[in-house]
Design a protein around this ligand. Structure first.
Ligand code: GLU
Length: 509
């Protein structure tokens, strides 16, 4: 038996910036495709024109690119693929015929009820505490091709009366479904309504377009968020109604990502409220709305992806740090859990800190060099690379590699008062003067050599090592923090080291 090539898709609607939950869905699809040598498609589901947001599609593609999730086919792919177009708005004529097929086979019907009529029914239902549902019962009394005569239906259509096409939900049928993560799912069709498949504006609804596209694009696995689980019965019934059941994809609904305290789903608005990003990249909407992204906050894509992978999936081992290749290797739907996963902002920082240690220094240098040059500071990629090597251990965010290391590029402008109070006394200027003279005579200006020389001097003079080191550091860095003192000496060089000590002697009183 030959197995079909695995084909999965990420199918977001361009209604705004892509939330990290969406990126996780894309990631799991991507890992699954790569693991099985399959295809990962990006399809844009833009049938709801009222919610369309300009730039959202570009944002989606840019976000996946930043994460290292490469698209094999569809929007944003190098090779477009043979199943296009991959934007649903560009496929709209295709859906109409499929909707008509369902009418012809008795699985769908025209409904002419106006919005006002339906609103009145909804209001009455609310007042009577018996919500109105368009379903197998109510449809018998409403204005549709099940209740009207054939001639009347034909006349209304000929008169261009607006209509929608609804799915004719079977009455009282027990249906058993299988979800790869949730396993057996049961329901009875009488619990479901007659969903609109095709709208009066000539556009399909999500349900019709989604099923038609998954089928015609040869999708083998639908891996998506839990919020779509409730649509699965309808989708499976649509496959059956079309007679496509043997080619129906397998379904896997991913668990929710929960707020850090676990109280409900992590929403798009939580980022601003709770003080961490929920989007991969910064977003600026046409309406002026802005949101912070992981990238611009100083996260590495490797850390973001690593953190996301472990939200809902576990490798079954103690391993926490994974490269993309390791994730591909280890990933399986069997190890995706059912219950929601709490997002942990502190752990996310930890992942970033870990990934900064693992990233080659030249790459870190590339990331911060533009910021340094923007400050008008003259430096070289090689120098920044060396600085990264010295300060990365303490960096949580990319910008820390610059913000915690400015003393490698410029002399301090102020000196920490507390250190002055504690360490500086009237004997210090003369001692520092002598140290400058010693430094001046050194032919080798290497960290280890300088450390030995200065320690020797302090020892010979029977001075307090801690006090003198603190005072030198104050001159060089401006505070009591920073990298190893003599590494800084070596990096900034003899002239700059002496100049900084002289400047401090002249400034601190
Ligand atoms: N367009 C849906 C969304 O925005 C796709 C759901 C699915 O994958 O079927 O997430």
């Amino acid at each position: 038996m030959t197995h079909k090539k695995i084909r999965v898709r990420f199918a977001p609607s361009p209604t705004g910036p892509l939330h990290m939950g969406g990126v996780r869905t894309a990631l799991f699809n991507y890992l699954f495709a790569r693991k099985h040598g399959g295809d990962f498609l990006l399809r844009i589901e833009d049938t709801d024109q009222t919610r369309f947001v300009r730039n959202a599609e570009k944002y989606i593609v840019d976000s996946l690119t930043w994460c290292g999730i490469t698209i094999d086919e569809g929007i944003g792919a190098v090779n477009q693929g043979e199943y296009g177009p991959y934007r649903q708005s560009e496929r709209k004529n295709l859906y109409r015929n499929f909707a008509y097929d369902l009418i012809a086979s008795g699985n769908a019907y025209y409904a002419f009820d106006t919005a006002e009529e339906l609103n009145t029914l909804r209001e009455q239902g609310e007042a009577a505490k018996n919500p109105f549902v368009y379903n197998f019962e109510t449809r018998k009394h409403l204005c549709n091709s099940l209740t009207l005569s054939e001639q009347e239906v034909a006349q209304r259509i000929a008169d261009n009366q607006p209509y929608v096409i609804r799915f004719k939900m079977p009455e009282n049928q027990d249906v058993h479904l299988y979800d790869e993560i949730r396993k057996e799912v049961h329901f009875n069709t009488k619990e479901l309504d007659d969903k609109v498949l095709y709208k009066s504006d000539g556009m399909p609804t999500y349900h019709l377009a989604n099923v038609v596209d998954d089928y015609t694009m040869g999708i083998t696995h639908v891996i998506r968020g839990e919020e779509w689980l409730s649509s699965m019965p309808l989708h499976v019934l649509l496959y059956r109604a079309f007679g496509w059941e043997t080619d129906m994809p397998k379904f896997a609904h991913l668990p929710l990502i929960l707020k850090p305290q676990g109280q409900g789903k992590l929403s798009k608005r939580d980022g601003d409220k709770l003080g961490f990003p929920v989007f991969p990249l910064n977003w600026v909407g046409d309406d002026g709305e802005t949101a912070a992204g992981y990238k611009e906050t100083g996260y590495l894509p490797e850390a973001f992806v690593n953190m996301l992978a472990l939200l809902g999936w576990n490798p079954g081992t103690e391993q926490e740090i994974f490269t993309m290749d390791e994730l591909i290797d280890a990933f399986s739907l069997e190890r995706v859990g059912k219950s929601g996963s709490k997002f942990d902002p502190e752990k996310t920082k930890w992942f970033n800190q870990q990934w900064i240690q693992r990233t080659p220094n030249y790459k870190l240098a590339e990331l911060i060099l533009p910021t340094i040059l923007e400050q008008g500071i003259q430096t070289s990629p090689q120098y920044v690379e060396k600085v990264c090597a010295l300060v990365k251990e303490r960096a949580v965010f990319i910008q820390d590699l610059w913000l915690q290391a400015t003393y490698f590029y410029k002399a301090p402008e102020t000196y920490d008062e507390k250190v002055i109070q504690k360490r500086w006394d009237s004997s210090i200027p003369a001692i520092l003067q002598e140290i400058c003279e010693i430094l001046q005579t050194q032919n080798t200006f290497s960290s280890t050599h300088l450390e030995e020389t200065i320690k020797q001097y302090i020892h010979n003079k029977q001075l307090n090592m801690g006090q003198i080191f603190n005072c030198i550091r104050l001159c060089i860095v401006g505070t009591s923090a920073g990298a190893h003192l003599f590494d800084i000496f070596e990096m900034i060089g003899k002239t700059e080291t002496i100049a900084r000590i002289q400047k401090a002697i002249a400034t601190i009183h």
